[in-house]
Design a binder for this molecule. Sequence first.
Ligand code: ZNH
Length: 143
Amino acid sequence: VLTAEDKKLIQQTWGKLGGAEEEIGAEALLRMFHSYPPTKTYFPHFDLSPGSDQIRGHGKKVVAALGNAIKNLDNLSQALSELSNLHAYNLRVDPPRFSLQFLSQCLQVTLATRLGKEYSPEVHSAVDKFMSAVAAVLAEKYR
Ligand code: ZNH
């Protein structure tokens, strides 16, 4: 469960990313494709080379969705409800927990390399909890 302190840290951390969302999203995706190659199978229609328009575009969408979630930390299920439907019914990203966890880890490494010392143990823990909460919502409609 996200504490009030976690929420504050997440919002502050996100505030530091200003303008770099696309790059961060793209880097997290590239890390995921490299470290967990099976995740590439969900993107057969993408050019997966570093810096491709599709990776940049998708990275931006994912980070924007997370930014929106951060504005609705008390109401994640509702804020992510459409995305949850999309991932469960249309995309069938499976097994949901695993793939979602990979992306979450890759995003954390991306943030850590950018923020350095500012990615403190407290921030790390808050972001980890936040991403688990997002993953739980995105996985909640699977049967
Ligand atoms: Zn996902 C899509 C978000 C995870 C796969 N996504 C998407 C989008 C978004 C997202 C925003 C867009 C939508 C529209 O357009 O409407 N994701 C997200 C998030 C997350 C995710 C936030 C977490 C955190 N995904 C994921 C994973 C996977 C995926 C893990 C696998 C691996 N997605 C996907 C796909 C798609 C998406 C395949 C579609 C793409 C295209 O474009 O085609």
